[in-house]
Design a protein around this ligand. Structure first.
Ligand SMILES: Cc1ncc(COP(=O)(O)O)c(C=O)c1O
Length: 510
């Protein structure tokens, strides 16, 4: 809930109307079309209340007249009912139980995934910060076809815990990089995303509390939310999650079931957790007996040091070996998506053997195991990974510099710092609500993901995550669009506060 024009409004309406302002045509018609679509696909159901015209106008940063016209259109079509005193609701009988609708509780957090499903179109979208695949995939594919296929085809093809050769290769890779790992301690998953979904299923019951960073990765928040989680947010500083706040969150009531952290290049913050901080975090988790999930899927990108401090799991292992006190349970998540290619859909969980076995049962339930050809490719690519990542580091630094130049030229008031790693910069829009900016930006052909969707604490309203992965030719066009939208928003003032025309009027950009 948030206040828009003095009224408590459920902001999830923004998510339901996802992308409504893109394209051409009158604003009221685009809004009416988006409402119709939401009613047709179940995002809005019979009986659902809609915000007042004034409040929706404030949320979408448009004139009230536009909302009045759109609501009238739908009322005339029999899709909405407005009654004096009780507002506007979706018409029709309450549906019987069926497939769940596409709404993600808690707002716009699902935008990123929806964009992946619908595709980008004309809009330049911030929804995902993804690079293309490494060219080395081609050679690996030829090798798989030439050398590996007969043996693969000789087997039945179902390997829920992963292709044994890949479990071996991941275990060797991790061991070679300082985290001693047995193949039985590795589960191959369909990307880090599935790893997080399965972890959520195994560790969480409805109502359980998960400690997360503020901000955090919305995809994981969605996955844990789907498992019924509530969140307890902890802020970050330049060295990672703040230990004082983490200690308080881990000690809180009810005791958390899990803590989810991104030590190696936080998404969206771009922070690299320091070695000292890692030790503190693992000690705290051990003291409070809260399992830690470390999501290191960004470790194969980088801007700063060529080597990063050891993963949290190493610190837990050191304590366990000493045997003087209880060690933390650390579940590590990795993926080849950033280092090699998201299209491989190869990720993994590294944890104790019994946890892996239980996760493998969930994996079997989900899909009976990932495709073996992709895994065979991953076996061929893993030995090349460090070389590929070294090359990508150079690209990444150039991308960050290019993005910085674009920001300095087009929106010099925006504040940002070069990230330690990752594929995005975390940008602060001074004195602006990024959700309102997102509404205006969409009308200029840019889909901005506001910071609030990445923060269960409701902080970072003024931030946006800007991918650095846009090609140079897109960046120039993007700069122009961002600046035009910024000028529009500035002209009309921040959401919910009086614009230059005064008196708390809804902001009007049409
Ligand atoms: C922090 C984080 N974890 C997990 C994922 C999912 O990655 P994968 O492509 O390996 O499923 C992403 C995707 O961008 C991410 O940013």
């Amino acid at each position: 809930l948030s206040r828009a024009n003095g009224e408590q409004v459920d902001r999830s309406i923004i998510s339901v109307l996802d992308g409504w302002a893109a394209g051409t045509g009158p604003m009221y018609a685009k809004l009416a079309t988006a409402l119709r679509r939401a009613i047709a696909d179940g995002g809005l159901r019979p009986g659902d209340p809609l915000p007042s015209e004034r409040a929706l106008a404030a949320l979408l940063v448009i004139s009230r007249v536009t909302v009045v016209a759109a609501y009238r259109d739908l009322r005339d079509a029999g899709l909405l009912i407005s009654r004096q005193g009780s507002g506007t609701v979706v018409a029709g009988a309450t549906p019987t139980k069926g497939a769940r609708d596409g709404r993600v509780p808690g707002g716009q957090a699902g935008t990123i995934f929806r964009r992946l499903i619908r595709g980008g179109g004309e809009v330049i979208s911030f929804a995902s910060a993804i690079d293309g695949g490494a060219p080395e995939v081609a050679g690996a594919l030829a090798d798989v076809t030439r050398h590996d296929l007969p043996e693969l085809l000789a087997g039945g093809g179902y390997q829920p815990a992963g292709l044994p050769a890949l479990r071996d290769a991941i275990a060797s890779y991790l061991t070679g990089h300082g985290l001693p790992t047995e193949p039985a301690e590795v589960l191959v998953t369909t990307g880090a995303h599935q790893a997080l979904v399965l972890i959520g299923q195994l560790y969480l019951r409805p109502g359980d509390t998960v400690v997360v960073e503020s901000p955090s990765w919305p995809g994981c928040l969605d996955a844990f939310r789907d498992a019924g989680a509530r969140f307890r947010p902890v802020p970050l500083d330049d060295e990672g999650v703040r230990p004082d706040a983490l200690a308080e969150a881990l000690a809180g009531d009810p005791p958390p079931a899990l803590a989810y952290l991104m030590p190696t290049y936080h998404n969206p913050g771009g922070v690299l957790m320091s070695e000292i901080r890692r030790r503190q975090v693992v000690e705290l988790a051990a003291r409070h007996r809260v399992p830690l999930v470390e999501d290191n899927m960004y470790q194969f990108t980088g801007n700063g040091p060529d080597s990063v401090p050891p993963p949290l799991a190493v610190h837990a292992l050191v304590t366990a070996r000493r045997g003087t006190r209880a060690a933390a349970e650390v579940v590590s998540v990795g993926s080849l998506s950033k280092g090699i290619w998201g299209g491989l859909r190869v990720g993994w969980v590294r944890a104790g053997g019994s946890v892996i076995e239980r996760l493998a049962r969930r994996k079997a339930l989900a899909d009976l195991g990932g495709p073996l050809l992709d895994q065979a490719l991953a076996v061929r690519l893993l030995p090349l990974l460090d070389g590929i990542v070294a090359g990508r580091r150079v690209d990444f630094r150039a991308q960050v510099r290019r993005t910085g130049r674009m920001l300095a030229e087009w929106v010099p008031e925006w504040r940002w710092r070069a990230p330690a790693g990752g594929t995005a910069v975390w940008v602060e829009l001074p004195e602006a609500d990024a959700a309102a900016y997102a509404q205006v930006a969409l009308r200029h052909g840019v889909e901005v993901i506001p910071g609030a969707t990445m923060d269960v604490a409701g902080r970072h309203d003024g931030f946006v995550r800007l991918p650095v992965t846009f090609p140079a030719e897109v960046l120039d066009e993007l700069g122009g669009r961002l600046a035009a939208a910024w000028a529009d928003l500035r002209r009309h003032g921040p959401i919910g506060t009086p614009g230059p025309t005064g008196a708390g009027q809804p902001t009007t950009v049409v």
